[in-house]
Design a protein around this ligand. Structure first.
Ligand code: UD1
Ligand code: CA
Length: 460
C-alpha cells in the first residue's frame, strides 16, 4: 500500500498574489494539479493534500477529483507537523505501508523519478537528494565516513563545515508509514526556526537502524520550487525549453526553442515547422508537413497534413483538413470543420461552421453557423447574419456558389448549388440554384447635380 502526502499549506507570500501559490500555473496547469497527476501514476491507495492558507479555494478547485482528500493544518508549525496531520488521518497504517511526501509548489517532479524513489525505499527510507553548486538555503545531507546518511541539517541550524556540504535535501521522500508516524509524534521544535522539521526524522530512522537510501532526479527542474513570480517564470522557461527539445528530438523544426509554449499535449507528424511565439493549448495534433506561422495560438485543434497556418491566427476547437491555408490574421472558433484545400484569409472569422473542400473565404468575412459546400467562393465583406437577437439560425451554401462582396445572408437561408449572389446583396429568402440573385436598388445618375460649395470666407 502506498500513501502520497502533498504539502500545500504554506502561504506563498512572495508570490504577491490573492490566490494560493499552488494553484498558480506552470505550462498551463496548476502546480498542485501537476503534482497530483504525477502522483496518480503510482496508483496510490490514498492521496492526501495538506492545506492551510487559501484552503477553501484549493478544495473548491479540486472538488471533482474524487481520489484526492484534503487535510487541514492550522497553524502551520513546520513540514514535520504538516506530514503528521496527514499521517494521523491515514486509515490502517500497517507494516508494509509506505508514505511518500511531495510538495505542491515543486510541480515538475517526473513519474519515473517517483517510481525510482519508491523502489529505493525498499521498506526503509528513501530521500530524493541533489548536489548543487550553490546549496544555500537547503537542508544538507550529512553522511558518515562510510557514506551512510545519518541526518539532515537545515541551513539555519548548520555549522560552518555542514554548510560546505553540497548534497541537499529536495524534501521529497518515502518512509514506512507506521514508523514515520512514531517519529513525527516524537519531533521537537528546538531549532533555529522553532518549527517541527520533517527532516529530523532522518536521525531517528538512523538510530532505529532503518535503511536510508538516496536517489537523484534526472532533470534539475524536477526539484525546483516556486516561491516568487520570477521563480515561476524561470521554471516555466526551463520546462518549455525541455518540451521544445522533446519536439525537436521527434523531428519538429522549431524556429526558436526559447519562444515556444506548449501548455498541454502537442502531437506532431513529420516535418512540422513552428515559427516563433506560438502557443499550443489543450490537445493539438499537427499532421505531416504542417507549418505554423509566427504568433499563432492553437487550442484543442487538429490540423491535417500539408496545411499552412499563417502568422497571427487564433484557432480554438477546430478540425482542419489537409493542404488548407489559414490566415494571416484568421480566427477559427469552436465547432468549425474545414475540409481539404480550404482557404481562410485575413480577418475572416469562422464559428460553428463546416466548409467543404476547396472553398475559399479570403478576406474580411464572418461565417457563423453555416454549412458551406465545395468550391464555394465567399467574397470580401460577406456576413452570415446568424443571430436575430434571440436565436441562432443556420446558413446553407451549396457547392460551386459564388458569393459577391459585401453580402449579408440573413439566416435561416439557403443558397442553391451553382448560384451567384451579386455584390451587396442582402439575402433574406433562399436563392435558387444556378441563377444570379441580387438585391440592390437600381443604380441611377443625377444629371444636373452639383456638389455643394463652401460659402466664401468673410473677412473680418
Ligand atoms: C524544506 C526542507 C529542506 C529542503 C527544502 C527544499 C524541512 C524542515 N526542510 O525547507 O531540508 O532543503 O524544503 O525546498 O522540511 N509547509 C506546510 N506546512 C508547514 C510548513 C511547510 O504545508 O507547516 C509546506 C510549504 O507550503 C512548502 C513546503 O511545505 O510547500 C516546504 O516548506 P518550507 O517552509 O518552504 O521548507 P524549507 O524551509 O524550504
Ligand atoms: Ca521552500
Amino acid at each position: 500500500m502506498l500513501n502520497v502526502v502533498i504539502l500545500a499549506a504554506g502561504m506563498g507570500k512572495r508570490m504577491q498574489s490573492s490566490q494560493p501559490k499552488v494553484i498558480q500555473k506552470i505550462a498551463g496547469q496548476s502546480m498542485l494539479g501537476r503534482v497530483i497527476n504525477t502522483a496518480r501514476t503510482l496508483s496510490p491507495d490514498q492521496l492526501l493534500v495538506v492545506v492551510g492558507h487559501g484552503e477553501q479555494v484549493i478544495r473548491d478547485m479540486f472538488k471533482d477529483w474524487p481520489d484526492v482528500a484534503f487535510v487541514s493544518q492550522w497553524p502551520q508549525l513546520g513540514t514535520g507537523h504538516a506530514v503528521l496531520q496527514a499521517v494521523q488521518s491515514i486509515s490502517e497504517p500497517h507494516d508494509n505501508n509506505a508514505t511518500m511526501v511531495l510538495y505542491g509548489d515543486v510541480p515538475l517532479v517526473q513519474a519515473d523519478t517517483l517510481q525510482a524513489l519508491l523502489a529505493a525505499s525498499d521498506n526503509g527510507l528513501a530521500l530524493l537528494t541533489e548536489t548543487l553548486e550553490d546549496p544555500t538555503g537547503y537542508g544538507r545531507i550529512v553522511r558518515d565516513d562510510a557514506g551512510q546518511v545519518i541526518t539532515i541539517v537545515e541551513q539555519k541550524d548548520a555549522d560552518q563545515s555542514e554548510r560546505l556540504i553540497k548534497e541537499v535535501n529536495t524534501g521529497m521522500l518515502v518512509a514506512p508509514t507506521d514508523k514515520l508516524r512514531g517519529w513525527l509524534e516524537r519531533l521537537g521544535c528546538d531549532n533555529a526556526q522553532g518549527e517541527y522539521y520533517l527532516t529530523d526524522i532522518i536521525k531517528m530512522a538512523f538510530a532505529d537502524g532503518v535503511s536510508i537510501n538516496t536517489i537523484a532526479p534526472k532533470a534539475s527542474y524536477e526539484t525546483m520550487g516556486v516561491n516568487s513570480r520570477s521563480q515561476q517564470a524561470e521554471l516555466e522557461r526551463l520546462y518549455q525549453r525541455a518540451l521544445a527539445q522533446k519536439q525537436m528530438d521527434g523531428g519538429v523544426a522549431i524556429a526558436d526553442p526559447q519562444r515556444f509554449d506548449q501548455r498541454g499535449e502537442l502531437v506532431c507528424g513529420q516535418d512540422v515547422f513552428i515559427d516563433v511565439g506560438c502557443v499550443f493549448e489543450g490537445m493539438v495534433v499537427l499532421g505531416d508537413g504542417v507549418s505554423i506561422g509566427a504568433h499563432c495560438v492553437l487550442r484543442d485543434v487538429t490540423v491535417g497534413a500539408g496545411t499552412q497556418i499563417l502568422p497571427y491566427s487564433h484557432l480554438h476547437q477546430a478540425d482542419i483538413g489537409n493542404q488548407a491555408q489559414i490566415g494571416p490574421y484568421a480566427r477559427i472558433r469552436p465547432g468549425t470543420r474545414l475540409d481539404d484545400g480550404v482557404h481562410i484569409g485575413n480577418f475572416v472569422e469562422v464559428k460553428n461552421s463546416s466548409i467543404q473542400a476547396n472553398s475559399k473565404a479570403n478576406h474580411l468575412a464572418y461565417i457563423g453557423d453555416a454549412d458551406i459546400g465545395q468550391r464555394v467562393n465567399i467574397g470580401a465583406g460577406t456576413i452570415t447574419c446568424n443571430y436575430d437577437g434571440a436565436q441562432k439560425h443556420r446558413t446553407v451554401i451549396e457547392d460551386d456558389v459564388f458569393i459577391g462582396s459585401d453580402t449579408q445572408l440573413v439566416a435561416p437561408v439557403k443558397v442553391g448549388k451553382g448560384a451567384t449572389l451579386g455584390a451587396g446583396t442582402t439575402l433574406t429568402t433562399d436563392a435558387p440554384a444556378n441563377k444570379l440573385t441580387v438585391s440592390r436598388t437600381p443604380q441611377k445618375t443625377i444629371e444636373n447635380w452639383q456638389r455643394p460649395v463652401k460659402p466664401p470666407r468673410k473677412k473680418s
